[in-house]
Design a protein around this ligand. Structure first.
Ligand code: SF4
Ligand code: SF4
Length: 470
């Protein structure tokens, strides 16, 4: 058994060693035992729902448009059916800040429960890959025996079948990932058309497959314990009021096997030192050593311990969701000042975000004076300036657009006329503004251009008009 055997509560070995680190400093493979119980059942139901949503995401279209698209190459993003352009970066920035505050608040209250219950890495690892592995190679002890044993025909065939499944599922995940990135319609030809015509797309598909396969076949819990930055943040986000998966050491200690002779001689806590909570842990830790950064709050140890408590006729919840304060004082969870203040900040950010989203203009218009140009004197004596115009229609329908210049006597003349902004597209053109020479009183005259759509002024753009100094 490679999973480290837990020592007594005073043993500090875990403080200086990673749970998946051997005595020689190298990696120690974690063989976690399968669990059953109420938390495992709820987690399975949630995982099935989340996996269905994840795989269906790129293929759900509403009114002829995808629900989600994260096209980094074309810089086009669709989130819940709403299109975002690079010009909406401020919304993405505020959205990200809001999300980070939400994560911080959620973690302060519920600890790392997102990792164990909703993170795609854990869901795929524990609910898909680990279950396939267990189905092919057996539970933790059988898997360990197989790995430590010689390369027999049985071992070769089991490993080959397992890795074939791993590769195929990784291929499925890579395709879904690609469909999110380039969209359903661009992805479909990659898998239906002549491969020779899609070498770049197929290379990306294989590269993503390789990454996912490497993560789930080899990296595994290292992603959660070492690589993921969110996991590293636990030490600053959690406090003694946060709800976490916690061992009730007051009830559990002194731990020890149930032996009739010692029951009478020495009182024991409820922990029978069966190590089941350690065997089921996917990151290989012993929760009885206290809160550790490697704990992903998957609650597998809660199910395992509840099973033991049921057998020895003791109350459930020796390992449970509770705060350190709750374990120490037996007082119920309460909302702290820290939680209230994070909630206030979150509420304010959500308010700003909703306001910006609702007031976001349907048309994004940019007007700039053409670079390298001063002014032109026209045949009728008027002075003209050349401008570049960029219009982005963020809606899914055509929008009429026209422009009015505030300056008296001003005329606006397009190089290529623009009266309709096509849905979801960016249109570029150029136009001249000309003014009667007598109206120009200075080298640079401020000019306001009003953007009109569907009979309403939707934007005011200030620019300058260059002319001869009179
Ligand atoms: S599963 Fe429960 S009883 Fe068994 S070692 Fe862990 S805490 Fe103790
Ligand atoms: S200690 Fe318990 S909750 Fe934490 S990762 Fe291990 S099994 Fe999951």
């Amino acid at each position: 058994m490679n999973t480290p055997e837990p020592g007594p509560v005073t043993d500090d070995y875990f403080r200086s060693h990673l749970p998946n680190q051997g005595a020689d400093g190298g990696r120690q493979w974690v063989y976690s035992k399968s669990t059953s119980g109420r938390f495992t059942r709820w987690r399975t139901v949630l995982a099935v729902g989340l996996l269905a949503a994840l795989f269906a995401g790129p293929f759900v279209w509403v009114d002829g448009h995808p629900l989600f698209l994260f096209n980094v190459l074309e810089r086009r993003f669709i989130f819940f059916g709403v299109t975002f352009w690079p010009q909406d970066f401020y919304l993405v920035a505020i959205g990200l800040i809001t999300f980070i505050v939400f994560i911080a608040l959620f973690t302060v209250v519920f600890g790392r429960v997102f990792c164990g219950w909703a993170c795609p890495q854990t869901i795929f690892m524990e609910m898909v890959f680990r279950r396939i592995e267990t189905w092919i190679e057996g539970d933790y002890k059988a898997r360990q025996r197989l790995d430590n044993g010689p390369w027999t025909g049985e071992k070769i065939s089991k490993k080959a079948i397992k890795h074939l499944f791993f590769f195929l599922i990784s291929f499925g995940i890579a395709n879904t990932f690609l469909a999110y990135l380039i969209g359903r319609d661009a992805w479909l030809p990659l898998v239906t058309d002549n491969p020779a015509r899609h070498m770049a797309g197929l290379t990306a598909m294989l590269a993503f497959t390789g990454v996912f396969y490497g993560v789930f076949a080899y990296l595994r819990e290292i992603v959660c314990t070492t690589i993921c930055p969110y996991g590293r943040l636990q030490s600053v986000l959690l406090d003694k009021h946060s709800l976490i998966v916690a061992y009730d050491y007051i009830r559990g200690e002194p731990r020890g096997k149930i032996r009739k002779a010692t029951v009478a001689a020495q009182p024991k806590g409820d922990c029978v030192d069966c190590n089941l909570c350690v065997h089921v842990c996917p990151t290989g830790i012993d929760i009885r050593n206290g809160t550790q950064m490697e704990c992903i709050n998957c609650t597998a140890c809660m199910d395992a311990c509840d099973e033991v408590m049921t057998k020895i006729d003791r109350p459930l919840g020796l390992i449970r969701m509770d705060s350190q304060q709750g374990i120490e004082t037996r007082k119920p969870f309460r909302i702290t000042g820290r939680v209230w203040s994070y909630s206030g900040v979150l509420l304010a950010l959500v308010g700003v975000l909703v306001y910006l989203l609702v007031s976001r203009p349907a048309l994004d218009v940019t007007i700039l004076r053409a670079p390298g140009q001063l002014f032109q004197r026209e045949a009728d004596g008027r002075i003209s300036n050349l401008y570049s115009l960029e219009v982005i229609n963020k809606t899914y329908h055509e929008l009429p657009v026209s422009f009015r210049v505030s300056e008296p006597g001003a005329l606006l003349r397009f190089v290529q006329p623009l009266t309709i902004a096509r849905p979801g597209e960016q249109t570029k053109t150029m136009f001249f503004i000309s003014l009667p020479a007598k109206n120009i009183r200075q080298g640079s005259t401020p000019v306001e251009i009003r953007v009109v759509s569907e009979g309403e002024i939707i934007d005011h753009i200030d620019t300058s008009f260059l002319g001869p100094e009179n």
